[in-house]
Design a protein around this ligand. Structure first.
Ligand code: NAP
Ligand code: G4F
Length: 339
C-alpha cells in the first residue's frame, strides 16, 4: 500500500487531497498542529467514514519544529509528501510577517532537509502560488512569467519555490512546485473573500446581518474549484521527473462579479452606486444596502490581477479545469444553505 504524508491536512486543500488519496487506495498520514480548539472539521468526511478512516492517521507536529517533523517522517516512511502547511492569508501576512516567513519559507526548507537526511527518494509536492507573480504586466501568467512578490506571504513562498528548485538541481531530489491560482470551495477559510461573501449572503438572507463589508471590489482573480485542483498535485508526483506547473482556469473575474453572482443564486440583483470607499451595493428590488466598502480590508500593497495559463499542465499532466466560475459560486452558496 502506498503511503502519503500531508502537512496542512486540516486545511481546505489538505482535506480534499486526503480524501482523494484514500480513494486511490493510499494509506494517508496527516500532520496536525496542537490546538485547544477543534480545527479538524474539514476532516469529518474521513473520520466519520469507516472505510476511509481505517487508512487515515493524524500526528501532532508543527512545521516550525524540526524535531517533530523528523519524528513523523521517520516513523511514517511515506513515498510522497504533500507540503501544504502554511499561514496562507495574504492580508494577515502584513500583520505577522516574521511568523509568516517562519511557516511559509523556512518550513519548506525544513521538510526538504529532513527528507534529504532520512530518504532523499521521497517525492515532495511544494505548495507554491500565483501570488508569486505580483502585479505582472502579462495578460496571462505561466511558468516562464517573472516573479515579483508584493506581500510578506508571497515573498516567503518565493523562498520556498527557489529552495525546492535548488535541492532538486543540487541533490537530484524529486521536488515539484505547484503554482496554483486561487481555488475555493465550501471548505475555504471564512476570512478569504469568496467564503466571506457566500457566508454573508446566507446571513443576509436569514436576517442575521444587514450587509457585508468588503475591501477592494475591483481586484481580479482566476478562481477554480479546490476539489479538482488537489488532483493535479497527485498527478504532478506521478511524472517521471520533477518540474514546476501552473494550475488555473484561464478565466478572470472581479470580487464585484463574485458578489453579483452569489446574490444572483438567491434571486437578488445587486446594483452599485458611488465610488471608492463610498461605493455600495444595493438590492434593486428592496433598495436595501447589502454591500459596503471598508478600508480595513484594503492591503498595504494590493495584487490587482491574476490570470493563469495552464497550457503546460494540460499538455504534460493532461489536467484541465472542469468547474466553471458560475458552478463554483453555486456549489459554495448551496453548501452554505445546506449547513
Ligand atoms: P489553509 O486552508 O489555510 O490550510 C493551511 C493548513 O496549514 C491548515 O491545515 C493549518 O492548520 C496548517 N498549518 C498552518 N501552520 C502550521 C504549522 N506551523 N504546522 C503545521 N501545520 C500548519 O490553506 P489551503 O487553501 O488549503 O492552501 C494549502 C496550501 O496551498 C498553502 O500552502 C497555501 O499557501 C497554498 N496555496 C493556496 C491557494 C488557494 O487558493 N487556496 C493557492 C495557491 C497556494 P490549522 O488547521 O491548525 O490552522
Ligand atoms: O480571498 P483572498 O484573501 O485571497 P488572495 O489574497 O488572492 O490569496 C489566496 O490566493 C492565493 C493564490 O493566488 C494563495 F496563495 C493564498 O494562500 C490565498 O489562498 O483575496 C482575494 C482578493 C484580494 O485582492 C483582496 O484584496 O479579494 C480582495 N478582497 C476584497 N475584499 C478581500 C476582501 N479579501 C479578503 N480576504 N477579505 C475581504 O473582505
Amino acid at each position: 500500500m502506498k503511503i502519503a504524508l500531508i502537512t496542512g491536512v486540516s486545511g481546505q486543500d489538505g482535506s480534499y487531497l486526503a480524501e482523494f488519496l484514500l480513494q486511490k487506495g493510499y494509506k494517508v498520514h496527516g500532520i496536525r498542529r496542537y490546538s485547544s480548539t477543534n480545527t479538524i472539521k474539514n476532516l469529518y468526511g474521513i473520520v466519520n467514514n469507516k472505510k476511509l478512516n481505517k487508512n487515515f492517521f493524524l500526528h501532532y507536529a508543527d512545521v516550525t519544529d524540526t524535531d517533530s517533523i523528523y519524528r513523523v517522517i521517520k516513523s511514517v516512511k511515506p513515498i510522497e509528501i504533500y507540503n501544504l502547511a502554511a499561514q496562507s492569508h495574504v492580508h494577515a501576512s502584513f500583520k505577522v510577517p516574521e511568523y509568516t516567513s517562519q511557516v511559509d519559507a523556512v518550513s519548506q526548507l525544513r521538510v526538504i532537509e529532513v527528507v534529504k537526511q532520512l530518504n532523499p527518494k521521497i517525492k515532495i509536492y511544494q505548495a507554491a502560488t500565483s501570488e508569486l507573480y505580483g502585479n505582472s504586466n502579462k495578460k496571462f501568467q505561466n511558468e516562464n512569467t517573472p516573479f515579483d512578490p508584493v506581500s510578506p506571504y508571497s515573498t516567503a513562498k518565493l523562498y520556498g519555490f527557489y529552495i525546492s528548485k535548488v535541492y532538486r538541481e543540487a541533490y537530484g531530489m524529486f521536488i515539484t512546485n505547484g503554482i496554483l491560482f486561487n481555488h475555493e470551495s465550501p471548505r475555504r477559510g471564512p476570512s478569504f473573500v469568496t467564503k466571506k461573501i457566500t457566508e454573508s449572503v446566507k446571513k443576509i438572507v436569514n436576517g442575521e446581518i444587514a450587509y457585508m463589508s468588503l475591501g477592494n471590489l475591483d481586484s481580479k482573480r482566476d478562481w477554480g474549484y479546490a476539489k479538482e485542483y488537489v488532483e493535479s498535485m497527485w498527478v504532478m508526483l506521478q511524472q517521471k521527473k520533477p518540474d514546476d506547473f501552473v494550475i488555473a482556469t484561464g478565466k478572470v473575474y472581479s470580487v464585484r462579479n463574485f458578489v453579483e453572482e452569489a446574490f444572483r443564486n438567491v434571486n437578488i440583483k445587486i446594483k452599485w452606486k458611488g465610488t471608492g470607499v463610498n461605493e455600495f451595493g444595493y438590492d434593486m428590488k428592496t433598495k436595501k444596502i447589502l454591500v459596503k466598502v471598508d478600508p480595513y480590508y484594503f492591503r498595504p500593497n494590493e495584487l490587482n490581477y491574476l490570470r493563469g495559463d495552464y497550457s503546460k499542465s494540460k499538455k504534460i499532466l493532461k489536467w484541465r479545469p472542469k468547474v466553471t466560475f458560475k458552478e463554483l459560486v453555486k456549489i459554495m452558496i448551496q453548501a452554505e444553505f445546506k449547513n
